[in-house]
Design a protein around this ligand. Structure first.
Ligand code: FRU
Length: 467
């Protein structure tokens, strides 16, 4: 294994492979108290390479047990991204004495085609001998099948990324598929090719069901970062229609380091997890024997904001005990533009910061060597995460060039705001305004950050894990 850095950046509660490389989360599935997570994986090197699926499970979405490689490349190609489902009623006939778990993935060879594998013990996976089940010989980008079932419909549905749009397929038995529709050719606001699409229903605050279509955008932002876009509308079993359009692209996560996020199947909760990296520079991260981690899993909901209906995210984290940092008394003869500071020591490299601010502010995480990550709400109503001085940024010119991530906040005025930042070794995940604006950013400080400083009027809490 290569040596790319001089510090251990392995996080405590974010999934990372023991060795080798991971990218997209695949095959996310809940069954009988167990969460299954598979990942795009190169077992031999901590950089992208021949893609396998690695398998891990958890009972709490925080502690992950690794089960090694689940699927390896074969004569049809590498094993690209895909999903998993429990074939209730054994419609495929692949079950032995029960309902099989079915993995649906892209075989990436001369062409990208969709294939399946199945498991009756949830630990060993057999590729179906009639693969591919959705063949393809003319589309260059045709991948990442996400299988789901719409209630009241007596069939399986798949959404997959097909060039600059998403295609929909349906099947009664997992083996025979027919194309039913497509979406995005004109609605795609960011241009380029879709990847890792997902489609699922959520209940809006008015009680109506709204379908959410997520697409990761293969065309990278100038600094090498991936972006995800989402659309709100209806799915009739054949195709998706955007019935709640927006004049700006709806961006899932304003940070540099959240890509290919998809949701768990077979659970009433809508939980999403993303690859916490940027496709442009992920392979250069100074993390030694492993490369890349997943974000915290986040629970999704739909909320109304000043700028319309949108997704909100609530992370699943360990429990933190928050303690308020006492504020300094304000000096009596302070100048007009005086900015108070509140500062407290950090309890290691796993913590939660909570800020309640009365107007614009900056939260700084820093160490004695001057490495600092700044998270601000600016007067332009943006959440700005600035990692200019966060770490040794020189391991990648792309990482070094894209130093600010900026997202619009979904309100008409900056006023009272809350910010929650969850930090775990190499990742800061920020949730502003109850998770209606989020930002995932990786950092690699040479030394652990030691203190949190709030610049602005407001209150600061620092939390360490309970127990
Ligand atoms: C997204 C992606 C997918 C593909 C996989 C290959 O990061 O490009 O579209 O299936 O990664 O590793």
């Amino acid at each position: 294994m290569s040596t790319k850095g001089n510090r251990d950046f392995r996080p405590a509660f974010h999934y990372a492979p023991p060795v080798g490389w991971i990218n997209d989360p695949n095959g996310l599935l809940y069954e009988d108290g167990t969460w299954h997570l598979f990942a795009q994986h190169n077992p031999d090197e901590a950089v992208w390479g021949p893609m396998h699926w690695r398998h891990a499970t958890s009972t709490d979405l925080l502690h992950w047990q690794d089960h090694g490689v689940a699927l390896a490349p074969d004569e049809l190609g590498m094993i690209f991204s895909g999903s998993a489902i429990i074939d209730k009623g054994n419609t495929s006939g692949l079950g032995e004495g029960g309902d099989p778990m079915i993995l649906m993935f892209t075989h990436h060879g001369e062409h990208e085609q969709q294939s399946i594998a199945y498991s009756n013990d949830r630990m060993h996976f057999t590729k179906y001998e009639g693969n591919p089940v959705i063949p393809n010989s003319d589309q260059r980008n045709f991948r990442d099948p996400k299988v789901f079932r719409k209630e009241q419909l007596n069939c399986w549905s798949v959404v997959l990324a097909a060039g600059d749009h998403a295609d929909f397929y349906a099947s009664n038995d997992f083996i025979h598929w027919r194309k039913t529709g497509d979406f995005g050719k004109t609605e795609n606001k960011l241009g380029g090719v879709f990847e890792c699409t997902d489609l699922f229903p959520l209940t809006a605050p008015d009680g109506k069901i709204v379908w959410v279509l997520i697409a990761s955008m293969a065309q990278l932002a100038p600094f090498g970062s991936g972006r995800m876009q989402y659309f709100l509308g209806e799915f009739d079993g054949e195709t998706f229609r955007e019935t709640i359009p927006s004049d700006h692209p709806r961006i899932l996560d304003g940070g540099f380091d959240d890509y290919a996020a998809v949701t768990f199947a077979n659970t009433d909760r809508r939980l999403i997890v993303g690859w916490a990296a940027s496709p442009g520079y992920a392979g250069t991260q100074p993390t030694n024997e492993f490369c890349c981690i997943m974000t915290y899993v986040r629970e999704l909901s739909l909320v109304d904001t000043d700028t319309g209906l949108q997704l909100a995210f609530k992370p699943i984290t360990p429990e933190f005990a928050l303690e308020e940092v006492p504020a300094q008394p304000l000096p009596e003869d302070r100048p007009m533009f005086f900015v108070p500071t509140t500062e407290g020591a950090l309890p290691g490299e796993l913590f939660h910061i909570h800020v309640e601010a009365d107007s614009i502010f900056t939260l700084t995480l820093s160490n004695e060597d001057g490495e600092a990550l700044n998270i601000s709400v600016s007067s332009e109503q943006k959440l700005v995460v600035d990692r200019t001085k966060s770490s040794n940024n020189h391991f990648s010119p792309m990482f070094d060039s894209g130093l600010f991530s900026v997202s619009s906040i979904n309100r008409n005025n900056v006023g009272k705001m809350t910010l929650d930042v969850y930090f775990d070794k190499m990742i800061a995940e920020s949730f502003l305004d109850d998770g209606t604006v989020i930002n995932s950013t990786v950092v690699f400080p040479e030394k652990p950050y030691q203190k949190a400083t709030l610049h602005g009027f407001g209150k600061l809490w620092i939390g360490k894990t309970k127990g």
